[in-house]
Unconditional design. Sequence first.
Length: 156
Amino acid sequence: MTNAEYADFPACSAEANRRLMRGIDLKRDWLYASTRAIEVDKAVKRDPRLRAAWDVWSRCVAEQGFTRYPDPVAAYTDTAWKRDSDGNTRHTQRERATAVADVTCKRRHHTAELWHAARAQKQAVDITRHRDRYAAGLQALRTYRATTAEVLRKLG
């Protein structure tokens, strides 16, 4: 961008956003599914089947000589890896070996599949309980896509 184009960018971006979001209730409809995802993930973490699967995974990782983490997220976010804000690390030999143990144990004990199944079950229950709200969120997405398509048609 030129300096002049860059100077116009905030106003242009705000105008484009207003146009694309016209007719959409941001809090009630647009953000509903992502807000519910946070609650669903909390329920998933409390699922006794998943807790048991994480315990098996944790023992497996520890049996290979690594930290006994409570769950795979704790392994990923371990401060020992000195993760930068972008998620990158220096990838020490210990970190790589821990990652191999993590994946080996997940594969051996089907941890990811169990995690996925628990999440899918909790999501299905949540969608059933809040069908109208999810439908409104879907309609907001359709409105957004239709507006985007209209703008693209006009631009050629």
